[in-house]
Structures are given as C-alpha cells and as structure tokens.
Design a protein. Structure first.
Length: 231
C-alpha cells in the first residue's frame, strides 16, 4: 500500500473545547492541513487531514497518529476504508481501486495480511490467506469463466497441494510449484484420458501411468512430457 505519513507543524489556529479534546486547525510545513480534535498538543479524537497532492484522511487519531476507524483517499480515486494503527492500515478494511478491483479483509502494517477477498475488475476472485501483501496459504481462486483452483499458495503463486478444475470437465489434483504442476498428481480429462504420476515444470515426468479412453495404457518412465518406456 502507499505511504501516508505527515511532516512537521507550521502553525496552529484558534481552537475550542469539545469534550476532553480541543478542536483546532493545524497547518504543516509541507502544505498539509489538519482540522479536528487535539489533546495535549497532539491530534487525538476525530479529524481530517488534507494534503497538497490531493490525498485526504478522515477518521480517528490517537497520540498524533491515525488510529481507529478512518478513510484514506488518494488523488487518483483509490480509497481505503477501515482500521488504522500507528499511521498504517491495520485490522479489517476495504481497499478499492479506480478500475473496480477491490480487496476486503485483514491488514497488518499497511499490507494485506490474514484472511481476505480480492476481486479483480474482470470478475476473477481470490478468497483466502494473505501474508505481507501477497496470496500466501490456503485459498480459492475462481475465474469469471468458471475455472477454479482450491489449494495452497506461496508468494502469489500456486504452490503446494491443490485442485484445479476446468470448465470443460478436466481436473488436476496434486502438487504445484511456482504456478506449475510439479510433484505427484492426477490429471483427469473430460475425454476419458487419465494420468497418475510424477510432474516436473508442468509436464509428465518421472514414473507415471497414462490411461487413454481407447484403452491404451502407458506405464513407466516419462521425461518432459514424453514416454520413455517401461522400466
């Protein structure tokens, strides 16, 4: 996510009392402006910060920093609404892009972290675990076409055990590495063909059995997708 920190105070205007906090207008040396509650000389309570670049934060403050519920809007229309902690997106929130892409879920230290849903503008959707801003852990990626992957992710890639189901009826159940079939797996095809065995970089590799709809069976060693013979 993006940097949302402030700079030094240039001036403070006349204020008035609201509950246990002062309401003030503060102008900063970088041109930013704060209007809201202040306590012990710090932004504390509810307030609004506007920046010369067009950014804007509206929400809660604690000890001078964004803390609690708030909304941060960027000049290009990108917007985050949710929880903040120490000037960072932290907790549950919604991050919406101008394109229509949206993330709804947990954040930690300014990044998607925990459980969340990322919906692309074209309708593709990921629901699952995140770590430091990337898809990482258990999740489900559903394409608008109907194709679906359910399984493990690592650093935004299919990695580990998973099931990939295609709209035409084909299905693969097995291991992945860096978005490719890699390890042991079973591929079942709508045509009636089936392969059970090893994969490497997305191809049949190692010991495996291919059974075809016409009854033909190839059982033995495979190398880069080609059958090498029975051994």
């Amino acid at each position: 996510m993006r940097n949302i920190l402030l700079t030094t105070i240039l001036s403070i205007s006349i204020f008035f009392v609201t509950g246990n906090a002062w309401s003030e207008t503060i102008n900063y040396s970088n041109g930013a402006k704060y209007v809201g509650q202040v306590k012990n000389g710090l932004r504390h309570g509810k307030g609004t910060v506007t920046f010369t670049g067009g950014e804007k934060y509206v929400g809660e403050f604690k000890h001078g920093k964004y803390n609690g519920q708030g909304a941060f809007t960027y000049p290009d229309g990108v917007k985050y609404i949710g929880e903040f902690d120490d000037d960072k997106f932290h907790g549950y929130g919604t991050y919406t892009f101008v394109s229509g892409t949206k993330y709804v879920g947990e954040h930690k230290d300014g990044k998607s972290h925990g459980h969340g849903t990322y919906t692309h503008a074209n309708g593709d959707k990921y629901v699952g675990e995140w770590k430091d801003g990337v898809q990482h852990g258990q999740g489900t990626f559903t394409f608008v076409s109907g194709t679906k992957y359910v399984g493990e992710f690592r650093n935004d890639k299919l990695h580990g055990q998973g099931t990939y189901t295609y709209t035409n009826g084909d299905q693969y159940v097995g291991e992945y590495k860096d978005d490719k079939r890699h390890g042991q797996g079973t591929a079942t095809y709508a045509s009636g063909d089936k392969y059970v065995g090893g994969y490497k970089n997305g191809k049949f590799h190692g010991y495996g059995t291919a059974t075809y709809a016409d009854g033909k069976v190839l059982k033995g060693l495979w190398e880069n997708g080609k059958f090498k013979g029975e051994k």
